[in-house]
Write a protein that binds this ligand. Structure first.
Ligand code: FES
Length: 107
């Protein structure tokens, strides 16, 4: 538990492959997980434009491209980068514990 959320097990590290976004649902939150080199990131998994799953999209460096209309977000900040997306996605803190990735989600 943190001031702003609760830590949850999200995936084993072996499930997270470079360039392959990974979608999970945790306590009602749709979360996309990403591995970029030795770094891990977590964002909301629902595109803010028309609700496509970002985990079905293409990861290019630290940008996720939505599979439906190709809008892009920065997975480090959640910032909406390119049309047609205008509303940012949430980003969540992550940590590695043993062989798993945990994500901190709002209660
Ligand atoms: S649903 Fe993602 S850009 Fe349209």
């Amino acid at each position: 538990m943190t001031d702003s959320g609760t830590w949850h097990r999200a995936a084993s590290l072996g499930e997270l492959r470079e360039g392959e976004p990974y979608g999970v649902e945790i306590s009602g939150h749709h979360v996309a997980l990403y591995r970029v080199g030795q770094e891990f990131y977590a964002t909301g998994n629902i595109c803010t434009h028309a609700e496509a799953l970002l985990s079905d999209g293409m990861l290019d460096g630290c940008e996720i491209e939505c599979p439906l209309h190709m809008g892009r977000f920065d997975i480090r900040t959640g910032e909406a980068l390119t049309s047609p997306v205008e509303i940012d996605i949430p980003v969540y803190p992550v940590r590695v514990v043993d062989d798993r990735l945990e994500v901190c989600l709002p209660a």
